[in-house]
Design a protein around this ligand. Structure first.
Ligand code: PMP
Length: 292
């Protein structure tokens, strides 16, 4: 067995009619190991060679996964992160051998990543529009979840790039005509403004969700009507969800809290068997830990 073979095949547990797929059990600690592996394998097929630079723009978890896998496979990662990202994620990326570049609020991170890729002759992975991100979940996370929770009736998850929701949602629709896919979008995001025409603010932004852009994978997902319903999730609800997760022994991160909060709510209101994802753990977010 190779180190990268440890990615995926994560467990799914059931708590009071809610299925939780524990993606934090991936080796670098999140579902993004799957995305990074699929994007790097795709880049290899297109000619990426040992010693080449790979560039990614990310709120952290993809950066950790891309850096870790690059180290195993012999690539040189340059990771662009927003200035607001937690210190712990940045430190981990550096320890794993990644080079960090910060993106301030007034910069276009996507454009900056393309410039760097040009400058160093590297490959920009661009998870927000890279179909390999969607495929990672359509071909691995989704069939695993389906085989672990065949009687699920509803799937709920918040979106960052949308790759996970799109991949799992599409697969489930193909397997189960009556499944209900519920997309969570963060309060105060551009998506909320586009879909509901409401401009709001939230006191806390949940790392991992998408606030400032309308990205290609999410737009494709909406165009294909993969979602049956969309709810807006607030940071307050996510933090409450983290508390509820702790009650069942899972120290999930903020997006895990958001997912669980709505999974429970839907279960309680409809009686449906609901599945969701626990993307990562609380330890990457020490500031939020203090608020619990
Ligand atoms: N939760 C966490 C902790 C994440 O890092 C991400 C990805 N940014 C997501 C949820 C959302 O996943 P996706 O990008 O597939 O929508």
């Amino acid at each position: 067995m190779n180190l990268l073979d440890v990615i995926g095949n994560t467990p799914t547990i059931e708590v009071d009619g809610v299925y939780l797929k524990l993606e934090y059990t991936n080796p670098s600690g999140s579902h993004k190991d799957r995305t990074a592996l699929f994007m790097l394998r795709e880049a290899q097929r297109k000619g990426l060679k040992k010693g080449d630079y790979v560039i990614e723009y990310t709120s952290g978890n993809t950066g950790i996964s891309v850096t870790w896998i690059s180290r195993v496979l012999g690539y040189r990662p340059i990771i662009l992160v927003p200035e607001s990202v937690t210190k712990e994620k940045v430190t981990l990326i550096k320890l794993l051998g990644g080079e960090i570049r910060f993106v301030s609020e007034d910069m276009d991170g996507d454009e900056y990543a393309r410039e760097i890729a040009k400058e160093v002759g590297g490959v920009y992975l661009a998870q927000k529009k890279n179909l390999a991100n969607f495929k990672a979940h359509y071909q691995t996370t989704a069939p695993e979840l389906y085989s672990q929770a065949q009687d699920l009736e509803c799937f709920v998850m918040g979106v960052g790039t949308g790759g996970t929701f799109y991949g799992i949602g599409k697969y489930l629709k193909e397997k189960k005509e009556n499944v209900k896919n519920i997309m969570l979008i963060p309060k105060g995001s551009l998506l909320q403004e586009k879909i509901f025409g409401v401009k709001e603010e939230d006191d806390e932004l949940l790392e991992g969700f998408s606030y400032h852009s309308l990205d290609e994978l999410i737009l494709r997902c909406l165009e294909e009507n993969i979602e049956d319903k969309i709810y807006v999730v607030s940071s307050e609800e996510a933090i409450e969800g983290m508390r509820l997760l702790l009650n069942i022994g899972i120290p999930g991160g903020p997006t895990a809290g958001a997912n669980y909060f709505y999974a429970r709510k839907i279960r309680e209101e409809t009686g449906c068997r609901v599945a969701t994802i626990i993307p990562d753990l609380i330890f990457r977010y020490p500031k939020i830990m203090e608020k619990l």
